[in-house]
Design a protein around this ligand. Structure first.
Ligand code: FAD
Length: 533
């Protein structure tokens, strides 16, 4: 008989769906433990190392793709190439090897211990997470000074922000990861997961170790349509690749791990007959659950519920002392392109953030709400003089507004409207934060352009909750749509199933920091727990 060279004919101990921040790590750890592991990714090549070749002319002759160069981060918003999810998602996101880690800014902030102790269940408290955090640090390098010449470029916005936030508002200047537990009145340099002046992330680290193992296989360009199951047990997955459907089977004690991200994993559960019965009825009416009788649906309204994203506001600031900077995709000045190509030096080694700061608001009932500001080297939209910069203000942990993963008429997932500001306290808290830092503006040379410096608290609430180019946009820090206790159990197993797991942003509660670091730690922890089962 002919030799079977394609091991997809075999059965797998673990089928991991989605090669993003979490999926790559879980697949690496399970294959390291000797499990026959198949990692399925709907998207295609991204970084040069994955076969990605999309690049501007000035990178011709290198092995870099646009994904590798931190300074080309923002170009993704103007031209997505084939890196993003397009019509598969009602939001902006990376559908490519690396998922959103291949298109994000690479900001890499460790969550404070209090996030684990306040918002996670048993087995996930800060003491349980120390090992997982140490594992992430040992695999994934990070830096606050990425240029090989150790010069930080275009720092006039940093200097102005420091005058304002540290000298004016009294925040402490700290190394934000060495002091990860401090999230009240701290200011510091951005920290990225870059390595040697290039984009880092799990594709450059965990995926490379997995690829060396014979028990591991990555199949890109392969979308999972649904999990196949017999009752509460998954038996495999149905995929589509180049319009051809194919089944991948699990071994007897095998597991499916969904790591498609906080919008796609709930969608996939629903398309597999697991979720809110009202939604399952609609999917069935469209003929998409034909092989599952309603008696084998697993009704769970927590699938896709309590979706979170950071509500954000862009505040445009101007100062005669600032020189703005915008990276160019096609045509960087030779004095900035050459040092990058030759020795990974210059401003193309960073994605344009110059500082970040954090604060908290403590409510009388004990709730603690996290707030974050991140400052960029350029203005935005109507405010792009050579002297403007953008402050991006987020509400983070402890916010009360959440939405749902909503499927449209084509069953494409996206956020429901209540995701932002559906609870009035959130806007009050964020406005309080903005008002308090605005009080310190006179200490700096900065003038806000889109919100008046003397705006009242009520005016700020109105501004941040009224959709505009500067407010109520999607930050795409999706999380929390398959929460512990209701959607998955403490071992990340979907409640009501025997062997279907969710490990990605879906299980991570709203964090005090940008989500990638916390999602990677969650993947390390989930791998430990799954391997113990
Ligand atoms: C523009 C942008 C900038 C960001 N900047 C930062 C930042 O600087 N710092 C930070 O911490 N976070 C940032 N984030 C967020 C961060 O990247 C994400 O939170 C994180 O990558 C999510 O990880 P995940 O494992 O949940 O899924 P993802 O990284 O989203 O990966 C999911 C993968 O699964 C695949 N997939 C989904 N469904 C299927 C299916 N059915 N079949 C096959 N494959 C499937 C997708 O194609 C995708 O590749 C940013 C996000 C965006 C969009």
């Amino acid at each position: 008989s002919p030799a079977i060279s394609d091991r997809s004919e075999d059965a797998w101990d673990a089928i991991v769906v989605g090669a993003g921040a979490a999926g790559i790590i879980v697949a690496d750890r399970l294959s390291q433990a000797g499990k026959r592991t198949l990692l399925l990714e709907g998207g295609g090549p991204s970084y040069g190392i994955t076969g990605g070749t999309q690049r501007p002319e000035w990178l011709e002759g290198t092995n870099l793709s646009r994904v590798d160069v931190p300074g080309l981060y923002k170009s993704i918003f103007a031209d997505q190439g084939n890196l993003t999810c397009g019509t598969l998602l009602n939001a902006f996101g990376g559908c490519t090897i690396g998922g959103n880690t291949a298109i994000n800014a690479g900001l890499f902030f460790e969550p404070p211990a209090s996030d684990y102790d306040l918002y996670y269940p048993r087995k996930w408290k800060s003491a349980d997470m120390e090992r997982a955090t140490a594992k992430v640090y040992s695999r994934q390098s990070s830096t606050d000074n990425p240029s090989s010449d150790h010069i930080r470029y275009y720092q006039s916005g940093y200097d102005a922000a420091r005058e304002w936030i540290v000298e004016g508002a009294g925040f402490s200047q700290v190394d934000l990861n060495r002091n990860a537990d401090r999230k009240t009145k701290v200011f510091g340099r951005p920290i990225w997961n870059y390595h040697n002046g290039q984009r880092g992330g799990p594709v450059k680290t965990y995926l490379q170790s997995a690829l060396k193992r014979s028990c591991f296989q990555l199949k890109s360009g392969t979308r999972v349509k649904r999990v196949l199951r017999s009752g509460d047990r998954a038996t495999g997955v149905l995929t589509v690749s180049n319009n051809v459907e194919k089944t991948y089977k699990l071994r007897r004690n095998g597991r499916v791990i969904l790591s498609g991200g906080a919008l796609f994993s709930p969608q996939l559960l629903m398309l597999s007959g697991i979720g809110d019965p009202g939604v399952l009825n609609k999917i069935a009416a469209a003929g998409l659950l034909d092989d599952l009788s309603p008696s084998s649906w697993i009704n769970n309204t927590a699938v896709g519920d309590k979706l979170f994203d950071n509500p954000n506001t862009f505040i445009e600031l101007e100062s005669p002392e600032i020189t703005s900077f915008v990276h160019s995709y096609d045509d960087p000045v030779p004095e900035e392109a050459e040092p990058y190509v030759e020795r990974r030096a210059g401003p193309y080694t960073f994605a344009s953030q110059t500082s970040a700061f954090f604060n908290t608001i403590k409510h009388s009932n004990g709730d603690v709400v996290g707030l974050q500001g991140t400052i960029d080297t350029a203005g935005y939209n109507e405010y792009t003089s050579n002297h403007t910069i953008t402050l991006n203000i987020y509400g983070t942990s402890g916010l009360k507004s959440t939405g749902r993963v909503q499927l449209d008429e084509n069953f494409v997932p996206g956020p429901s409207q209540e995701t932002y500001y559906s609870h009035p306290r959130d806007a009050q808290d964020i406005a309080t934060f903005i008002r308090s830092i605005f009080d310190a503006l006179p200490a700096s040379s900065l003038t806000p352009l889109n919100i008046a410096q003397n705006a009242t608290h009520a005016e700020i609430v109105e501004y941040i909750t009224t959709p505009s180019a500067y407010a109520v946009g999607q930050v795409n820090h999706w999380s929390s749509s398959c929460r512990f206790g209701k959607c998955v159990d403490e071992n990340t197993k979907v409640i009501g199933t025997r062997n279907i797991f969710v490990v990605d942003g879906s299980i991570v509660p709203p964090l005090s920091v940008n989500p990638q670091f916390g999602i990677m730690v969650a993947a390390e922890r989930a791998s430990e727990l799954i391997l113990r089962l």
